[in-house]
Design a protein around this ligand. Structure first.
Ligand code: WQD
Length: 332
């Protein structure tokens, strides 16, 4: 199939493009490069030895995006493009609501206009809010703690209603847990701008000596060791989940958790990283981070049952692959 991938030079997007190309799909990437680098295109080509089309476009630019649908026969869309920094979304709510919602609306409008009937959306476990664990797809969602999370919940709502009004338009909502790690080549991975918000990229920068030590945000939660518990999933497993989702999407609306079903605490992840890479990671316990919840992880059985997909890589794989990328990465 010819797949339009918005945000395809981003972290999850680039890994998904690699897996799509490995499965002999053709890929058209649109990305505004606000949070990624154009060099990623060459790295995807180097890894797969396949060619791709790339356009530097902002997905809120309807005219520019319309040209892509005119010039390419598109069979399906995977929509990654979006702002995704939780803390930043609290400071810039309008930027987040405008960018993340208008892009979803324009893209689905163009899909209807050009009869593109497969739409896979990059959602997030954040939409569950502080719910009981494990998170299950059909559970009632609770309000999230930030505008970023609300844009994911609202985008899901928009796509559900568009699918309801247009029976031929099928949607797959993929709720990610915590994507970590990198492609085994070390060529692509998570390269956040500035100081990382997320745990593992912060750990790799401490290991590299770019940052002094890890701040562990609280050790007084009701968890195995008092630190936050999350369902970390290798980004290549996550990418493969997207390929399965779009290949199996035929009608209606599907919702899937893409997680491992296992919870790992902050200190357990640090210990795994030290063991995997034989390197010490200095840390200090500090206060909880506002907005954090103690623990969440997936019930991942529906994706296994319906997509024939299950995460395979271990925490040690995630730590090894993340460290390899960090060592190779030359942030200019
Ligand atoms: C994980 C754990 C922190 C950093 C967020 C978004 C989610 C998705 C992934 C986009 C928590 C602790 C972290 C640090 C720490 N983003 N931590 N020191 O908050 O679970 O999820 O990123 O899709 O939507 O909400 O991920 O990696 O920030 O935190 O102790 O320097 O690590 O308290 O327990 P989070 P995270």
């Amino acid at each position: 199939m010819n797949i339009l991938v918005t945000g395809g030079t981003g972290y999850v997007g680039s890994h998904t493009c690699v897996e799509l190309l490995n499965k002999n799909h053709s890929v058209i990437i649109v990305d505004n490069l606000i949070n990624s680098k154009i060099e990623t295109i060459d790295k995807i080509i180097q890894i797969t030895n396949k060619n791709i089309s790339f356009y530097q476009i902002d997905v809120t630019d309807e005219y520019a995006l319309d040209q892509i649908f005119i010039n390419h026969k598109i069979d399906g869309v995977i929509h990654f493009a979006g702002l995704k920094a939780v803390g930043e979304s609290v400071e810039l709510p309008l930027t987040y609501y405008y960018n993340n919602l208008v892009s979803t609306m324009i893209l689905s409008k163009l899909c209807l206009k050009y009869n593109v009937n497969k739409f896979v959306f990059s959602s997030s476990a954040t939409v569950y809010g502080d719910n009981k664990v494990p998170f299950v797809e059909d559970m009632d969602l609770l309000p999230t703690t930030n505008p970023y999370g609300e844009t994911k919940a609202m985008s899901e709502r928009i796509l559900l209603d568009v699918a309801k009004a247009n029976p031929n338009f099928s949607v797959s909502l993929l709720r990610y847990f915590n994507p970590v790690g990198a492609h085994e080549s070390g060529l692509i991975g998570e390269a956040p701008n500035g100081i990382p918000n997320n745990l593992l990229p912060y750990v790799t920068q401490v290991a590299k000596g770019k940052l002094k030590q890890l701040r562990v945000f609280g050790n007084d939660y009701d968890t195995v060791d008092g630190t936050g518990v999350r369902d970390y999933i290798h980004v290549v497993d996550l990418a493969e989940g997207h390929v399965k989702a779009i290949e199996k999407l035929t009608e209606g609306v599907k919702i899937y958790n893409l997680g491992t079903g296992k919870g790992t605490s902050v200190l357990q992840l640090v210990q795994a990283f030290e063991k995997a890479n034989n390197i010490k990671v200095p840390y200090e316990i500090v206060n909880r981070r506002p907005g954090d919840i103690a623990s969440f992880y997936a019930d991942a059985s529906k994706a296994e049952r319906e997509l024939g997909w299950k995460a395979k890589k271990s925490i040690l794989d995630m730590c090894k692959d993340a460290w390899r990328f960090e060592k190779n990465y030359k942030d200019k």
